[in-house]
Design a protein. Structure first.
Length: 74
């Protein structure tokens, strides 16, 4: 049962980390767009693909999974 609990902790940590990453990415893009003087709704094409192919994000998600696994299986 401790294995399932640890996996749940890892998945939960990755989910929370991914939400934070997407929020920060969206916030930084909207700040850059607003600095150019554009107002109103703006589409950000390729954002998910860009995030998933950044090594820093993949390392961050892997560390989050390991941290969540460690905390809940300890």
């Amino acid at each position: 049962m401790i294995f399932v609990k640890g996996l749940f902790g890892g998945v939960l940590a990755v989910t929370l980390t991914w939400i934070v990453v997407v929020f920060v990415f969206y916030w930084s893009r909207m700040r850059a767009i607003r600095a150019q003087g554009v107002t109103g709704p703006v589409a950000i094409a390729g954002g998910w693909n860009h995030l998933l192919h950044m090594p820093v994000i993949l390392i961050l998600l892997t560390v989050a999974f390991g941290f969540g696994l460690y905390l809940l299986s300890r």
